[in-house]
Design a protein around this ligand. Structure first.
Ligand SMILES: NC(=O)C1=CN([C@@H]2O[C@H](COP(=O)(O)OP(=O)(O)OC[C@H]3O[C@@H](n4cnc5c(N)ncnc54)[C@H](OP(=O)(O)O)[C@@H]3O)[C@@H](O)[C@H]2O)C=CC1
Ligand SMILES: Nc1nc(=O)c2c([nH]1)NC[C@@H]1CN(c3ccc(C(=O)N[C@@H](CCC(=O)O)C(=O)O)cc3)C=[N+]21
Length: 278
């Protein structure tokens, strides 16, 4: 079975849209982008487009690539204070030389719709999540909507980044899975991944996960957004070879990516609701 993230995201976006139409809420997402990385510009554009679709107002702050950490923090603090702004997203990665942690910590947790602030991280890891990072949050929505219950299952996450791998592991722990986290220092990676009932790959290497790494009947979630040697967009998983042995699998494109954006819209709506005490 192919887990259709694109279709599911359309459904979730339609819900966000109708929720906004039902209320007087005027949710607003602010994005901050530093420098001119074309991939970051593309992603931010996609986020603004999604806002437009569902009726979320969006404002974009663009700072030059040679900005200092303080410049970025000043821009964030303005947005923190602006009562019309409900969500703040600082597009990552930031240019070298900028202290990413400091910038992320400058976003007030109430507007941290990306779920990257250490307070929101801590809540998630304590089992009392508030704003959850959009990519792992979107993956949990896919699992829920397709009635794949992680409880009691063995889940293996490849990747331990703060934005994807770690929060993914925490969400799966909270959902009662038995979780293993693998990374570049893991020995016998294939041995670990072959035990997974649910395998989640967030490493950033084109078609790295082959059929020899996957147990028959496993659910395979591919977070990777990579370009192969021909410049073609592809995931971490060798889809052609793994799809026949998986019981369910997300494609790239059309899997996790669109759900990341849908979850961002949901978090922004939720923040606006709280602001209005609804
Ligand atoms: N679809 C979406 O919405 C999103 C997609 N992405 C994509 O997901 C991928 C991962 O992103 P992100 O987590 O930010 O990436 P990072 O580069 O921050 O982290 C990659 C992780 O993978 C591990 N890793 C790298 N190579 C190997 C290997 N050969 N074997 C085992 N582990 C390895 C690293 O280990 P170590 O810690 O030891 O270095 C690290 O923990 C990228 O392709 C990115 O583009 C990211 C965010 C959202
Ligand atoms: N503060 C911050 N928050 C993020 O959530 C964040 C970030 N920084 N930095 C970069 C990563 C990456 N990311 C993606 C979002 C959507 C797709 C997506 O929709 N992809 C489409 C394809 C898009 C294409 O055509 O290239 C798909 O998979 O179908 C991919 C990747 C969010 N990120």
């Amino acid at each position: 079975m192919i887990l259709n993230g694109k279709e599911l995201s359309e459904k979730r976006l339609a819900i966000v849209k109708s929720e906004i139409e039902k209320t007087d809420l005027k949710p607003c997402l602010a994005t901050v982008i530093v420098g001119e990385d074309p991939a970051s510009q593309l992603y931010v554009r996609m986020k603004h487009n999604a806002c437009g679709k569902v009726g979320i107002r969006s404002v974009g702050v663009e700072l030059p690539g040679d900005s200092m950490t303080e410049d970025v923090i000043n821009a964030v603090e303005k947005l923190n204070k602006d009562p019309a702004v409900h969500g703040i997203l600082v597009q990552l990665p930031l240019p070298r030389g900028i202290d990413t942690e400091k910038v992320i910590e400058s976003v007030i947790p109430e507007k941290d719709v990306d779920g990257f602030h250490p307070l929101n991280n801590g809540r998630l890891f304590s089992g009392r999540p508030d704003f959850v990072p959009c990519t792992p949050g979107g993956i949990m929505t896919i699992l829920r909507e397709y009635e794949i219950d992680p409880a009691g299952k063995k889940a293996v996450v490849i990747g331990r980044s703060v934005d994807v791998g770690r929060p993914m592991a925490a969400l799966l722990i909270n959902a009662d899975a038995t979780v293993t986290v693998c990374h570049s220092k893991t020995q016998n990676l294939a041995e670990e991944t072959s035990k997974a009932d649910i395998l989640i790959s967030a490493i950033g290497r084109a078609r790295f996960v082959g059929p020899e790494m996957v147990k028959k009947g496993a659910v395979v979630i591919d977070v990777g957004t990579n370009h192969d040697e021909n410049g073609k967009l592809c995931g971490d998983v060798d889809f052609e070879k793994v799809e026949p042995i998986a019981s369910a699998i997300t494609p790239v494109p059309g899997g996790v990516g669109p759900m990341t954006i849908a979850t961002l819209m949901e978090n922004t709506l939720e923040s606006a609701r709280r602001h209005a005490n609804l």
